[in-house]
Ligand binder design. Structure first.
Ligand code: AMP
Ligand code: GLY
Length: 455
């Protein structure tokens, strides 16, 4: 007693709403935790030290970590992992949350992910991969699927390198767009053709130290720009937790059939995975099928998951980094539903406009974390020299509210959406709608029967 301990310093790499949420969640330890963000954003500037280091600059990250003597580096974005930020930290003896670039190939190469899935027996869509030289084999597979397929660029393409096709001519055009027109740059040099699956989608995220798994509650993100899942794909327009149609039995099945074989296969291949393993699943009539793995926290799923957790996130991330994670489920708090709505800039996703004045955002959380608060996690915001807050990127901010039920969280968050404005502001009005009805929610001992909704 009376002896004051030095604060624990943590460096968060990235500049999105996901990183704002991670920084906020780590700060729940109060003044005992100091956050440094590289590079951070207009929201993290309010409570953390933003340093001008790009998230995907390994050497810069090691320098910043040493300069601030941090106990942990948390890597947010996929590009930073693929660039080897975690490898550089490990080599420098700095504790890091996030996998090596070799293990992160589970996200950065879709072909690698499919090979791991096949080797591990993980349920997924049938597939073929090839370059321009294998065009005929790819088109043969398209014919076999009668054109109902999905064409994917192999590499990272900001979530946009996926073309869902209805018929052979659309699939032919999609393959041409990847390998001839190079619409996704070198990410599309290798292209995958997959069988097209049907069903609602859910995201299951788990922490892992490469041996043990600790699952988060399930979440659902809303990828299309428009209500009712219309219009182009985006980085994500909102999220809900828990989604309808996911119960404890399903989570246990995903752990046993998907997450466990994935980390065991990666470890056996000499590329152990430590960090957040994210399975993007489709709940088909034949059971859950993996659409993709991500090697990191999801955006915007993280913005709804972290606020409903009933335990210290920073302690869990440190346990992962130190190879000392306890297996099981991450505990939830009483108000365990959350809805997050993304406000996007004019012109998003094609060509987002910058510099629009944002009104109504000042004074919204997450600086204070009382239950009733609406949390505002910033992404594309910038404080201009004249003191105004202006848009700076496609997805401007994620607003999140909690509730005992999703409908309550939904009402609350949309109330806040109505108080914020900027020229050309875009958002969906259906995030979280219908997610309570008749659902059998994981961790909830409700006896209601399960029902699927198409989120
Ligand atoms: P991915 O980046 O691989 O998760 O794909 C992005 C989106 O494309 C997914 O969220 C799905 O909506 C859709 N998608 C991907 N793969 C398939 C598939 N095999 N069948 C149907 N839809 C898919
Ligand atoms: N929410 C989708 C992603 O983070 O990739």
């Amino acid at each position: 007693m009376g002896v004051s301990r030095p604060p624990l310093r943590v460096l968060v790499a990235g500049s999105g709403a996901r990183e704002h949420a991670l920084a906020w969640a780590c700060r729940r330890g109060g003044d005992q935790v100091e956050i440094i963000c590289a590079p951070g954003n207009g929201g993290t500037a309010g409570f953390a030290t933003n340093v001008p280091v790009a998230a995907d600059d390994p050497a810069g990250m090691v320098r910043a970590a040493r300069e601030h003597d941090v106990a942990l580096v948390i890597v947010g974005p996929d590009a930073a992992l693929a660039a080897g930020v975690a490898d550089a930290c490990m080599a420098a003896g700095i504790a890091v949350f996030g996998p090596t670039a070799a293990a992160a190939r589970i996200e950065s190469s879709k072909t690698f992910a499919k090979l791991v899935m096949d080797r591990a027996g993980i349920p997924t869509a049938r597939w073929r991969a090839g370059t321009v030289a294998q065009r005929h084999a790819l088109l043969g597979f398209v014919e076999e699927l009668e054109g109902r397929c999905v064409v994917k660029a192999d590499g990272l393409a900001l979530g946009k390198g996926v073309l869902v096709c209805d018929d052979v001519s659309a699939a032919r055009a999609a393959i041409g767009a990847c390998i001839d027109e190079q619409r996704f740059g070198s990410a599309g040099d290798t292209v995958l053709v997959e069988e097209r699956l049907e069903g609602p989608e859910v995201s299951v995220l788990a922490l892992t130290d490469s041996r043990r798994l600790r699952l988060f509650p399930a979440a659902r993100d809303y990828k299309r720009i428009g209500d009712g899942d219309t219009g182009p794909n985006t980085g994500g327009m909102g999220a809900v937790t828990p989604p309808a149609g996911v119960d404890d039995a399903l989570l246990a099945r995903v752990e046993g059939d998907v997450l466990r074989p994935c980390i065991d296969t990666l470890a056996a291949a000499g590329t152990p995975f430590s960090g957040c393993l994210y399975a993007g699943l489709m709940l088909t009539a034949d059971g859950p099928r993996v659409l993709e793995f991500n090697a990191r926290f999801g955006d915007p799923e993280t913005q709804v998951l972290l606020p409903v957790l009933g335990e210290d996130v920073l302690a869990l991330l440190l346990d992962c980094a130190h190879g000392d994670l306890a297996a099981g489920r991450v505990a939830r708090r009483a108000q365990s539903s959350a809805v997050g709505v993304v406000l996007a800039a004019a012109g998003y996703p094609a060509s987002p406009r910058r510099g629009d004045l944002i009104e109504g955002l000042e004074g919204l959380g997450p600086s204070s974390a009382a239950d009733g608060d609406v949390l505002a996690f910033h992404a594309g915001t910038r404080r201009h020299p004249d003191g105004t807050l202006r848009t700076e990127g496609g997805r401007v901010v994620t607003l999140v509210a909690r509730g005992e039920r999703t409908e309550e969280a939904r009402e609350h968050v949309y109330g806040a959406v109505g108080r914020i404005s900027f020229a050309g502001m875009q958002h969906r009005t259906d995030i979280g709608r219908g997610q309570d009805a008749g659902s059998n929610i994981a961790g909830n001992d409700s006896t209601a029967t399960a029902s699927n909704t198409t989120g």
